[in-house]
Design a protein around this ligand. Sequence first.
Ligand code: G3H
Ligand code: 13P
Ligand code: ZN
Length: 294
Amino acid sequence: MLVHLKELLKHAADHEYTLGAFNVENLETTLGVVRAAVAKRSPIILQVSETSIRYAGLKAITNIVQTISSVEAGVIPIALHLDHGKTFRSVAECIRVGFSSIMMDASDMPFMENVLLTKQAVDFAHGREVLVQGELGVVRGLEEVSPEERAKLMTKPEEAEEYVRKTGVDALAVAVGNVHGIIKMRKGNPDLDLGRLEAIHNAIPAIPLVLHGASGLPQSEIFEGMKRGIRIINIDTEIRLSFTNALREMLMKNPTVFDPRELLSPSIQAIQRVVEAKLEMFGSAGKATLINKV
Ligand code: G3H
Ligand code: 13P
Ligand code: ZN
């Protein structure tokens, strides 16, 4: 069932686990992720990006998430979130159709412009009881910047408190060496700057920190992040890879199959396996029991 993110964040903080936030873009990705949550009795966040909204349509993807969350998930709690909202307009539209949280990502802007744009989103969202995630520092793809440039784009711990105070955000995405996208799956994730993460957490201990670009990160780094305030972990690339690899294999092995349901079923199952492993890693497996006594 769909619930408000504030309930999940409170529960995760009280019971010391981290929420997985999984990107979905269609029926099949939603089914794969939700079935994993059900199998593992885990609260989760389903998130959609602006690209996915352009692809599927906001009403369609929202209805898919709402319907699957009630029909397939029953009492397993699921929150719906906008990932990387870049404009006030898309933030407002997602709030209008019932998202309980949005990300206002003005991380590309200079500090004060980031503050102003994010504050504008916060004022609008909080007036409608919706939570806001901001981003300070910039998370890029591995291929987009050199290691030196990445270091310069990292979140500055000394700015974190001012950013949170001036914007009023409820959660903060941090850039501590984490990178988005597919290239790191071949070349390897850079190490997280754990000292920086700890300093950010110490500066704003009450604010849940969000780790973007977590596909491919080893369990050891995830655990170190969780010890230092990471309360939400974003996974997209591994979902896309498992979907596409399973589909490719299915098509290669079965050149005469033409029924989309037959072709796509292994992809749904592959996503479920990937997400189940993440839910175990993040410590959220089994935690839905505590919320709903299921
Ligand atoms: O961090 C970005 C997410 O993976 C969304 O990517 O805009 O291609 O859907 P997308
Ligand atoms: P990955 O590209 O590592 O899956 O990151 C996903 C993400 O951060 C979505 O916002
Ligand atoms: Zn991201």
